[in-house]
Design a protein. Structure first.
Length: 449
């Protein structure tokens, strides 16, 4: 690694601190919207007119800091990767003008900035973590693992505490009534994706931990964080939340049984039993504290999916009606002409977002935008698969599970790439995987220096 300037080193310290600050932003933001703005129910139409919020201001300041860092360290390849994105974004507003006759500049700027924020995270934190490589990256990984566990603990406790005392937002407020609880988080899909990304990694780390070589607080922290986050997902009660819990524990069970059966090693199997036991213990405590109200909430959320499937069909129930919006977006895109096909119809052309990220990139930024916006994520995915084959173990299984579930979100139910909440942790886990697989600091970087 090349020596960095004092300004770059200072910014790297700020970025480390930001990893600890980040979980608080969405909690504070949700409380601000609920208490200060007096909004009791959030819906898609409202989110489009919400405007600038405290967390968005902080994150856009951080985006400027990230961009400044890239300029200071003279990361030419990152700058070159960003230029086509900026060009396609500008041309998408031409497509918006062609398809609607107007341009909603603020909406277009805000939406593209959210995407750039997450993409720049990949560019910046790969450099920041590589600079802290240390001795074979082990101390760096321990620090990142602690950040994951602390983040899970904080986010999960905020949801569970809100659910027990009956405050915060319901996950759903639709034709079947109010159900589920997401605490004070701005969007249910956002916090679900964050927990789904971090739960498998935290659980795998606990299962594979050398207890004798670790301070006593570390396994206790990881055990509690995993148990709390699994229950938080159950309380959220969305389809993807239930799937995340089931898939995470199923994969971890398989990862525990394979060494037990093949090599008679009981360490990971005992770790899985403890992790599952912690989740069940937290569940029991929650039932007592809530007088079984949370049990009825979970059952009601689970049953609602089946009821919606009977009423509206399986496809509509699984996609939460997004198939209708997908059809509408596709028709507008198809009829837009060559400019729209190449550069999209612009984010400002739509009153309601699609919440299917890959399709949003295509429809809002066109074929050219799809390539320029997504190729870096595709590059990271290819490199992940290559590294995964080289190191097949429980942490690799957890990372694959986390990223695969989140990648599924990009197509069917989520809002990741354009979310400064879940998108942050999607990028974080990608960078974490690069640290885990790296044999030297340079392998963490996106580009060879």
């Amino acid at each position: 690694m090349k020596q960095t300037s004092k300004a770059a080193t200072l910014l790297e310290k700020v970025f480390w601190v930001f990893l600890f600050v980040n979980p608080f932003l969405d909690i504070i933001n949700g409380i601000y919207i609920n208490v200060v703005m007096g909004v009791g129910v959030l819906d898609v139409k409202f989110t489009n007119t919400l405007g600038v919020t405290p967390s968005l201001v902080v994150r856009m300041i951080m985006l400027v800091a990230f961009a400044l860092y890239i300029l200071i360290v003279r990361d030419k390849k990152s700058i070159l990767a960003a230029l086509p994105i900026g060009l396609c974004w500008l041309l998408s507003m031409l497509g918006e003008r062609v398809s609607t006759g107007t341009v909603s500049i603020f909406v277009d700027i805000q939406y593209a900035a959210r995407f750039c924020y997450n993409l720049v995270l990949l560019m910046v934190y790969t450099r920041v973590f590589a600079a802290r490589w240390g001795e074979e990256g082990k101390s760096l990984l321990r620090r990142l693992d602690d950040i994951i566990a602390l983040t899970l603990m904080l986010l999960s406790l905020s949801i569970l505490a809100s659910a027990v005392v009956g405050i915060g937002y319901s996950t759903y407020a639709d034709r079947l009534g109010y159900r589920g609880s997401r605490g004070f988080f701005y969007a249910g899909n956002d916090i679900t994706a964050v927990l789904a990304l971090l739960l498998p990694v935290c659980t795998a780390r606990f299962m594979s931990m050398d207890r004798l070589a670790s301070p006593r607080w570390r396994p206790a922290l990881y055990l509690a964080a995993g148990g709390l986050s699994a229950n938080a997902l159950m309380i959220i009660g969305s389809k993807t939340a239930f799937i995340s819990v089931a898939v995470s524990y199923a994969v971890m069970l398989a990862a525990a049984l394979i060494p037990l059966v093949r090599e008679k090693k009981r360490h990971t199997a005992l770790g899985f039993a403890e992790a599952l036991g912690a989740a069940l213990a937290v569940f029991g405590i929650l039932m007592v504290l809530s007088g079984m109200e949370l049990w009825h909430s979970i059952v009601g959320s689970f049953s609602a999916t089946g009821e919606l499937a009977e009423r509206e069909g399986v496809q509509s129930a699984m996609l939460s009606g997004r198939n209708v919006k997908l059809t509408e977006h596709f028709e507008q895109f198809k009829n837009g002409g060559i400019i729209v096909w190449l550069f999209g119809m612009g984010r400002g052309s739509q009153e309601e977002i699609l919440e299917m990220d890959v399709f949003e990139v295509l429809f809002y930024y066109g074929i050219a935008g799809c390539v320029s916006f997504l190729w870096l994520y595709a590059k990271a995915a290819i490199e992940f698969f290559k590294s995964m084959v080289r190191r097949p173990d429980i942490i690799t299984a957890a990372l694959f599970t986390a990223l695969a579930m989140c990648a599924g979100y990009l197509f069917i139910a989520g809002h990741i790439l354009f979310s400064v909440t879940s998108g942050f942790y999607f990028a974080f886990v990608i960078v974490y995987s690069r640290v885990y697989f790296a044999r030297e600091a340079e392998e963490v970087l996106l580009w060879k220096q």
